[in-house]
Design a protein around this ligand. Structure first.
Ligand SMILES: NC(=O)c1ccc[n+]([C@@H]2O[C@H](COP(=O)([O-])OP(=O)(O)OC[C@H]3O[C@@H](n4cnc5c(N)ncnc54)[C@H](OP(=O)(O)O)[C@@H]3O)[C@@H](O)[C@H]2O)c1
Length: 254
C-alpha cells in the first residue's frame, strides 16, 4: 500500500483508533492531517508520524461541534496541501444515557458523532471528487444492536445514522468515482470507555468480562481497526464502496 503524496485527514487523531490510524498512514508515506482537541496529545502523535518517514503532519485543533472550527479544518488542509485524498471520520464518543435523561445527551452526541461528520464531509466533497479520493467512517457494532448492560441509547442511534450516511453517500458519490466505507469495531482497548464515564477500575473490569465472552477471547487493539481503515482507503479496496466492516472478535455472534 502506497500513500506517497496522498493527503489523509483523520479526525480524533489525538487518541486511540485515530492515533493508530494516523501513524499507520504515516508509515505508508502519507501526508497526514491530525484533527483533535488535545494539543499536547496531537503533538506527540505528530512526532511519531514524522519519525516514520520524515513527512511533517499538519495539526488542526478543532472542537467538532463548532461549525467554524470544522470549516477551519478544510481551509487549513487546502492551504497546506492543496487538496485531500482520504477523509477518515473517526472522532466520536459515547456516554451513559437513556430515554430518562432527556434530550441533552442526544443533542451532544449527535453534534459530534453525526452532524460534524456530515458538515466536514460536505465541505471536503468537491476536493474528494477532484482527487477521486475516498472516505472511511468509524462506526460501531452498536449501530446493529443495543449494548448489553449499559444504557447507551443516543450513541447507538448516532452510529446507526452514520451507517446509513455511509451507504447513501456511497451511492451519491459513486458517479464521481469517490468510494465511501465504514469500519464497525466492537470493544476496542482505548480511552473510549473512560471518556464514556467509567473509572479506570470499571474499565478494566469491563475489558476482563469482554475478554471472556468474546468468541476470540480478547477485545481488539486500536491497531487492528487502523489496519482495516488503511486497507479500505487504499487502491486494493478499489471495488469496495458502501460496505460496513465489522471488526469485533466475534462479539455480535453471541
Ligand atoms: N473503543 C471502542 O471500544 C470503540 C468501539 C466501537 C467504535 N468506536 C469508535 O471509534 C472512534 C474512535 O474512538 P476511540 O475508541 O479511539 O476513543 P478515544 O480514544 O476516546 O478517541 C476519541 C477521539 O475523538 C476525538 N473527539 C471526540 N469528541 C470530539 C469533539 N467534539 N471534537 C473533536 N474531537 C473529538 C477525541 O479528541 P480529544 O481526545 O483530542 O478531545 C479523540 O481523539 C469513535 O468514533 C468511537 O465511537 C470505539
Amino acid at each position: 500500500m502506497d500513500f506517497c503524496n496522498k493527503v489523509v485527514v483523520i479526525t480524533g487523531a489525538s487518541s486511540g483508533i485515530g492515533a493508530s490510524t494516523a501513524k499507520q498512514f504515516a508509515r505508508e508515506w502519507a501526508k497526514v492531517v491530525l484533527v483533535g482537541r488535545n494539543e499536547s496529545a496531537l503533538k506527540e502523535v505528530a512526532t511519531e508520524c514524522e519519525n516514520a518517514k520524515g513527512i511533517k503532519p499538519l495539526i488542526v485543533k478543532a472542537e467538532l461541534s463548532n461549525d467554524d472550527e470544522v470549516k477551519n479544518i478544510v481551509s487549513k488542509t487546502i492551504e497546506a496541501f492543496g487538496g485531500i485524498d482520504v477523509l477518515v471520520n473517526n472522532a466520536g464518543f459515547g456516554c451513559k444515557a437513556s430515554i430518562h435523561d432527556g434530550i441533552e445527551p442526544f443533542d451532544r452526541i449527535m453534534a459530534t458523532n453525526i452532524r460534524a461528520v456530515y458538515l466536514l464531509t460536505s465541505l471536503f466533497t468537491p476536493y474528494l471528487v477532484k482527487s477521486k479520493g475516498n472516505i472511511v467512517n468509524v462506526s460501531s457494532v452498536a449501530a446493529f444492536r443495543p449494548i448489553k448492560d449499559v444504557d447507551f441509547l443516543p450513541y447507538c442511534i448516532s452510529k446507526a445514522a452514520l451507517d446509513q450516511f455511509t451507504r447513501c453517500l456511497a451511492v451519491e458519490l459513486s458517479k464521481d468515482g469517490v468510494r465511501v466505507n465504514s469500519v464497525n469495531p466492537g470493544a476496542t482497548r482505548t480511552p473510549f470507555v473512560q471518556v464514556a464515564g467509567f473509572n479506570k477500575e470499571q474499565a478494566e473490569e469491563l475489558y476482563k468480562i469482554r475478554d471472556k465472552v468474546m468468541p476470540l477471547g480478547k477485545v481488539a487493539e486500536s491497531e487492528d481497526i487502523a489496519d482495516m481503515i488503511v486497507y479500505l482507503a487504499s487502491s486494493r479496496a478499489r471495488s469496495i464502496t458502501g460496505a460496513l466492516h465489522v471488526i469485533d472478535n466475534g462479539e455480535i455472534l453471541v
